[in-house]
Design a protein around this ligand. Structure first.
Ligand code: ZN
Length: 247
């Protein structure tokens, strides 16, 4: 393939734009806010799940507290009934009276035990309420932070999209002046070689792979027509000759 040396030099500008695109795409994929957002998202989800679990625990405990309260109430009513009967004076039989007094004693003990249970459950309800509140606050905090990082990330991405579009337009404008066949060769090489399809021959060195061209090969390049399209033997880049190529 023979290509005007001027056009060959223009290919370097296209390579420059393609490298810029690759850098912007890399930047876009590795924005620190992406990781921060991911971490906040998982923190938020954990707090949300814990909050749901804490609400279930609270609701179980509230049911338990209602039951404990009910148990105490049953005993209280029984005591009231027995006391009423005792005070009404309708029971005269000493055995019956003694039985009733025994029952009242054991009911009093039972009431104390049940009140202890009720108190303990109420304390656990209070603890569970505090946990629900704490987790709700955590969930809210993470969600606020998540929203702010998401907005930050979105605006960074939008700015990068503008930069990328600009570079791509510049690249397309440059590419319009390059013969299709030559551009296709460049694209083919670039795909297989980490985005590098053209490099300057600078002081006997290929700027694509940074290797010094062996003297024999350099002599061959020197002898070639300025129109000839030359590729680096090492990295396959189209080697573009300029005034400081060292040949
Ligand atoms: Zn090379």
């Amino acid at each position: 393939m023979n290509i005007d040396p001027q056009i060959q030099v223009q290919l370097l500008d296209i390579q420059g734009k393609d490298t810029e695109v690759a850098q912007l795409e890399y930047k876009r994929a590795t924005l620190p806010a992406i990781e921060v957002k991911k971490e906040l998202q998982s923190n938020f989800e954990r707090a949300r799940d814990q909050h749901i679990a804490s609400e279930m625990i609270l609701s179980d405990l509230q049911r338990e507290a209602l039951k404990a309260e009910g148990d105490v109430e049953v005993v209280r009513q029984r005591v009231a009934k027995d006391e009423e009967m005792l005070n009404s004076g309708v029971i005269n039989d000493p055995k019956q009276l003694s039985n009733l007094q025994h029952e009242l004693e054991s009911l009093a003990k039972r009431q104390l035990d049940l009140e202890d249970v009720e108190l303990e459950v109420m304390e656990r309800v209070e603890g569970a309420k505090a946990a629900v509140q704490l987790l709700a606050q955590q969930k809210l905090d993470f969600s606020t932070q998540l929203e702010s990082v998401s907005n930050e990330l979105d605006s960074e991405l939008a700015a990068l999209a503008v930069d990328l579009a600009d570079v791509q337009v510049e690249r397309e404008n440059l590419a319009a002046a390059i013969p299709a066949e030559f551009l296709a060769l460049y694209e083919r090489i670039r795909k297989g070689h980490q985005g590098m399809g053209a490099a300057k021959l600078h002081r006997g060195q290929c700027e694509g792979c940074r290797l010094t061209i062996p003297p024999q090969e350099l002599n061959a390049i020197k002898a070639a027509s300025p129109d000839a399209v030359i590729q680096c033997e090492e990295c396959r880049c189209i080697l573009v000759r300029t005034a400081d190529s060292g040949i």
